[in-house]
Design a binder for this molecule. Structure first.
Ligand code: COA
Length: 332
């Protein structure tokens, strides 16, 4: 549940993002899959997505986003003493993607680990980083959400492969300095129905085998209708509980940066929260669902568009496989 930040809030010193240059629009996609621009647009709002090349991995996207965030914060990698990467598509099962980008950034010894909370992963990682910084044992955190979802998409399943894209976003978080302040967190999960959205094979339950490959178990599988309903319900609750716990209401919110899964989910959330759709920042038409990357990618674009004014209140809210959910309040 949400907790009030009694101590000095952590600030976002810089934001950065990166998407691969290979843009695939719906028409191009329908050359490969039995679908159409009309179906994808009306069901999801997605018009195009970016896919990484075969030789590009999640850590490459994460590294680029991290560099951009460091540039934005005007600090050097050596100023970082904590790296957390949220991803469900790490380069490999282990070591973590955070360790891989630590090496790419040239900052040995820095505490580095991954967080796996699917599409809520970035907000989970912010919550964890915030707590570690406030413990006083760390000064500056690099928090990344990065995915190469094209590596787990099943091209034989048109109900899922049209939804996702690749990308990365990152923030630099610190107790010192100036920037938007993170003032409240609310993370939760319900593990009672994991198969609603999962990648069944490749772990200890179903290790890679001829059987797991024949079952297409290494690809993402989803019950779209159930996920849709759960998404709206849990995001509404995550947002409302957090606002109430801070003595705030929907009327106080100036900007919502939702997880970018589906325009219809965002519209339903807007209705249920009674926050006008104009206050929701959406870029899912250009990137599709990039899971843990979706919120930092949106945050970066909204910031670059000078959307946030000093003193305004932002609400970031996400849901994902697990089911997981998370909401974070930010005072610009
Ligand atoms: N192109 C064309 N037709 C498609 C299609 C595609 N890509 N995918 C499915 N269809 C067809 C189905 O075969 C079905 O045809 P039928 O009626 O002849 O059987 C029809 O479209 C409706 O399929 P359905 O699955 O009922 O569509 P839907 O309206 O529920 O929309 C989703 C499907 C996936 C867009 C929707 O359920 C959704 O967005 N769910 C949430 C997914 C999500 O956000 N996941 C990420 C969580 S982080």
């Amino acid at each position: 549940m949400g907790t009030e930040s009694k101590d000095i809030p952590c600030k976002i010193l810089g934001i950065g993002s990166h998407v691969p240059s290979n843009i695939i629009d719906n028409n191009k996609l329908s050359e490969r899959v039995d679908t159409s621009d009309e179906w994808i647009t009306t069901r999801t709002g997605i018009k195009q997505r970016c896919f990484a090349n075969e030789e590009e991995a999640t850590s490459d996207l994460a590294f680029m986003a991290a560099q951009n965030a460091l540039d934005d914060a005007k600090i050097s990698p050596n100023d970082i003493d904590l790296i957390i990467v949220a991803t469900i598509t790490p380069d490999m099962a282990f070591p973590s993607t955070a360790c891989l980008i630590q090496h790419k950034l040239g900052i040995p010894k820095v505490t580095s680990f991954d967080v796996e909370a699917a599409c809520s992963g970035f907000l989970y990682a912010l919550d964890i980083a915030d707590g570690m910084l406030k413990s006083g044992r760390y000064n500056r955190a690099l928090v990344v959400g990065a995915e190469k979802l094209s590596s787990i998409m099943d091209w034989a399943d048109r109900t899922t492969c049209v939804l996702f894209g690749d990308g990365a976003g990152a923030v630099i978080l610190s107790r010192e300095g100036d920037g938007p302040r993170l003032i409240g967190f609310n993370c939760g999960a319900d593990g009672s129905n994991p198969s609603l959205l999962h990648q069944p094979a490749g772990g200890s339950l179903m290790p890679a085998s001829e059987k797991s490959i024949a079952a297409r178990g290494h690809f993402l599988k989803m019950n779209g209708k159930e996920i849709f309903k759960s998404a709206v319900r849990v995001m509404e609750a995550a947002a409302t509980d957090l606002l109430i716990s801070h003595g705030l209401s929907a009327k106080d919110v100036d900007h919502v940066i939702p997880h970018q899964a589906n325009a219809r989910i965002v519209e339903s959330l807007s209705l249920r929260l009674e926050i006008p759709l104009e206050k929701f920042f959406c870029n899912l038409d250009r990137y599709g669902n990039t899971s843990a990357a979706s919120i930092p990618l949106a945050l970066d674009e909204a910031k670059k568009a000078s959307l946030f004014k000093p003193g305004q209140l932002g609400l970031m809210v996400a849901f994902g496989a697990g089911l997981t959910w998370s909401s974070v309040l930010v005072r610009f």
